[in-house]
Design a protein around this ligand. Structure first.
Ligand SMILES: Nc1ncnc2c1ncn2[C@@H]1O[C@H](COP(=O)(O)OP(=O)(O)OP(=O)(O)O)[C@@H](O)[C@H]1O
Ligand SMILES: [Mg+2]
Length: 304
């Protein structure tokens, strides 16, 4: 819910002619409203008319290290293990009541760690959460942070975290294990540099306001520095889906391409699919759809 403080901050920014702050207050107000709120809807409509909206979300000196990405799928189309789905529902419900939780002196839950083998939905889920919450999806390129600024990685990380935290957003840090492994030493980086990066990251995670939803992802949770893992309130594993999960995914996929009869090919596509990733099944399903479209000369409609 919009608080008196937010209205006051918006009015002060507008009267001072601080356009950037006005835009950022509008985003904060919209993000704090319920999903069903007419005010949220109207403000988001105003924001969507802004020119160059995506580049404004990332401060100029951080571009290249963090990107504003449009989520590829809506939450209904992400297939999740039952346990993760129910924890996700509880998480989203708490985010929707963030103000209520804060008014009781607690923080809204804001840190998720996703782990699992490649191609099973970590990035997709993070984006869908941002889309569902109606806040920007900002993706950190961790390897760029590390490789471009050898020796000053810590200060770049601090700048990055502080730069993005002026607005509600999902901050997605992928491939956390490349830098935060307890054992690895990426790209010949010296041990001192790694431990500086880890300490800076811990400090910055602790400092992040809870309007930023931090989502970390890794293929190897067991390799992560344990102090980093502890910072996350939830740790959800997204393993390769079983046969039923893959079939559910195929149904969700078929809804996205309603004019192609892909569901009739479910058995064929699921043959020898045990243990394959969703992205591999997606590749097979898309290949079949492409061939069908070309053969039948059909104009296809899709939905996200
Ligand atoms: N659980 C899922 N539900 C719906 N679509 C999925 C799921 N998992 C994967 N996909 C599809 O597969 C593609 C790859 O998934 P995604 O990039 O999210 O995997 P990832 O776990 O982040 O992989 P990586 O570890 O390589 O980064 C996406 O484009 C998405 O369409
Ligand atoms: Mg990914």
């Amino acid at each position: 819910m919009t608080t008196a403080n937010n209205v006051y901050a918006l009015a002060s920014a507008a009267l001072a002619g601080n356009r950037e702050r006005v835009v950022s207050m509008c985003r904060i107000i919209a993000a704090n409203e319920k999903i069903t709120s007419a005010l949220k809807h109207d403000i988001e409509k105003l924001l969507s008319r802004l020119p160059n909206q995506s580049s404004e979300l990332v401060p100029a000196d951080l571009r290249g290290l963090v990107m504003h990405v449009t989520p590829s799928l809506s939450l209904e189309n992400v297939v999740l293990p039952a346990g993760v789905r129910s924890e996700l529902d509880a998480f989203l419900e708490e985010r929707t009541h963030a103000d209520l939780i804060r008014s009781a002196g607690l923080n809204a839950p804001s840190r998720l760690l996703l782990s699992g083998p490649p191609g099973n939905g970590k990035t997709t889920l993070a984006g869908a959460i941002a889309g569902h919450l109606g806040i920007p999806f900002l993706v950190v390129d961790f390897s760029a942070v590390l490789s471009s600024y050898m020796g000053e990685t810590g200060s770049k990380l601090a700048k990055l975290f502080r730069g993005v935290s002026t607005q509600p957003c999902v901050l997605f840090v992928d491939e956390m294990d490349t830098v935060l492994s307890e054992r690895s030493n990426p790209r010949g980086t010296d041990v001192g540099e790694i431990s500086r990066v880890v300490s800076t990251l811990l400090l910055e995670i602790d400092r992040l306001p809870d309007n930023v939803v931090l989502i970390g992802a890794t293929n190897h949770a067991e390799m992560l520095d344990r102090a980093v893992v502890r910072r996350f309130e939830h740790h959800w594993q997204l393993p390769a889906l079983d046969r039923d999960g893959l079939r559910n995914w195929l149904h969700a996929f078929a809804r996205r391409v309603p004019s192609v009869p892909v569901i009739g090919q479910a058995d064929m596509l699921l043959q020898e699919a045990d243990g394959v990733s969703v992205s591999e099944l997606e590749r097979r399903a898309e290949a079949w759809c492409r061939r069908w479209i070309v053969r039948n000369g059909v104009e296809v409609t899709t939905s996200p």
